[in-house]
Ligand binder design. Sequence first.
Ligand code: I3S
Length: 128
Amino acid sequence: CPSSPKHPSTPSEKCGVLNVTKITENGKKVRKNWTSSWTVLQGSSLLFAKGQGGSTSWFGSNQSKPEFTVDLRGGSVDWASKDKSSKKHVIELKTRQGTELLIQSEIDSVINDWFRALTETINTHAWE
Ligand code: I3S
């Protein structure tokens, strides 16, 4: 993965394209809006950039900013139950701040890797 402009010397742990939607924001239910996002895991932060379509260039350019960042510390990750989405391979990510996201990929191995990485990150940073 390319490194971020903020931490040019720190390579990100994981990056790739995922389908993402918020379902809750600050504890309030919001309407689903699935989008393909360039997703980067770095330290205890998960960054999403909408509409990058898999481009690896956004971190290298000054103009493009991540759409949103999620603090994984104190959050939880699990496979989403069937009632959360009709899609397959869906991860449900809850933050301590009361944001819930669904993260999905059609590719089995891709979503399994993300599940592992997110679980590891949450466990590693649990007591910060
Ligand atoms: O949980 P829902 O409401 O069945 O989610 C679906 C909707 O958000 C739908 O959009 P609109 O009903 O707002 O037009 C999306 O197109 C679907 O993808 C959502 O369901 P899935 O099961 O794909 O998460």
